[in-house]
Ligand binder design. Sequence first.
Ligand code: FAD
Length: 521
Amino acid sequence: MAPKLLMLTAICRLIVIVGLTLNPNDLHLIEPEIQLSFNRTDIQSASSDFGKTVTQSPVAVLHPSSPTDIANLVKLAYEYGFAVSARGHGHSINGQATTANGVVVQMTRSPRSPVAAPLPVPVVNEKLMYVDVWGGELWIDVLKCTLTYGLAPKSWTDYLYLSVGGTISNAGISGQAFNYGPQISNVYEVDVVTGKGELVTCTEDQNSELFHAVLGGLGQFGIITRARIALEPSPQRVRWIRVLYSNFSSFTHDQEYLISLHGQPNSQKFDYVEGFVIVDEGLINNWRSSFFSPSNPVKISSVSSGGNVLYCLEITKNYYHHSDLETVNQEVDALLKKLNYIPASVFTTDLPYVDFLDRVHTAELKLRSKGLWDVPHPWLNLFVPKSRIADFDQGVFKGILGNKTSGPILIYPMNKNKWDEETSVVTPNEDVFYLVALLRSALQNGEEALTLERLSDENRRILKFCEEQNIGIKQYLPHYTTQQEWMDHYGEKWPQIYKRKMEFDPRHILAMGQRIFEPSF
Ligand code: FAD
């Protein structure tokens, strides 16, 4: 540990333990009320993440009560040279929100957040249809708040127990992205603490370089303390439909057709387009597909000629209390008529909008009750260009994966024109690209095919296949360990990323768990 951090540690320990109010000359930037936590439980939970494959312990954890707390800590880190990582809900896979020997800023509300100075609550502007939220706010709480005004964010992730700062540091995608773009295309304004400890408000027009830098910025350029999120009138109900395909090109043809309807009036398009791959029969009832329920059984044998890969298209139609059900049915039928799925394979359910958005949490609770949630998750998320998705299908779904996958495999296309090129995220260079998400759980005591080693090795083989076949993938929620790999990942964008880093975090103190830049202290 750096001697200066040791000193800080010692002084802060004193502040915490003895309750001293210090005013040393070189620590004048730290407010007496900032108290770093050295609590073992805090340190432990900040050391790991959802992936459960990487452990790195910070020296201390800050539970901020305001952006100023964070700015003061970062100023100190900038001056003395130690690492600071924002941590949202810790749902990364490879230790991206952790840092060894530095301070983790726990952005979400927690029982250990200061009671005397609570974090800002969401503030809705009904007229201009936006909500201002704390960077550590969970999307589920954003939704609960906006619904009291009959409003809801437009673009989602499949799972809502993620923080706003965490998802918009990546992109934030789900089945609405074809129409509204990722979550980062639906942010109007952010407050950011830069790597120099400056607190800056940014929009498209004001401090626009920092605005674009932090969106999809993997925490490299600043800590987002507030985000202004676009809202729309909230639907109340959802018609949720799944249909099956055995032919990959019919499946992708239909998905691409459906996303080409973006910008059309509501009556002429679905509101959400996703899909998943079924390489083994067991998976039909995986945690992402719980509505193939006993009351709605899937007779896979009736649609599969044994051992074949199946593809499931998942679509929804939102509607309102005042909607005429007959019209909703007609709109859905008209859209379904244009698709080429296996005729006997339509599965439909109807549920409240909130229950649809929060569907993965329902699955989470079931997995938790079986002890299957807190296990290692060697997840791999890839953006695959449309022109090569058939090659990917042959090589990976019908090749490398075999018939045991240990978790859902999502696949859905998005329109590149809904992504702002100025942000820090990188996507393949085609008008349409697919997300392929291999969301697998390792079960150490389970079958050999499902161990962490086996699944990690499969991930490596998939990446090698993509490289050898020159598929042109980009990793989403990327994970690399050398700067050369990061330079390859960013490609033409690397000089811009480097320049942004030099400008906004010149000492490389922020989000070192991403392993993009070496520390310069
Ligand atoms: P963390 O893991 O805590 O942090 C992620 C990164 O962001 C770190 O580098 C951290 O330093 C940085 N960071 C965190 N907060 C801030 C901040 N306020 N300012 C600046 N940097 C910050 N993603 C999707 O796009 N779509 C999905 O449907 C989806 N579903 C998921 C379902 C599950 C069950 C899980 C575990 C993940 C899912 N993800 C999905 C991935 C998720 O969006 C990312 O892992 C995201 O980073 C998680 O948010 P978090 O709050 O846990 O971030």
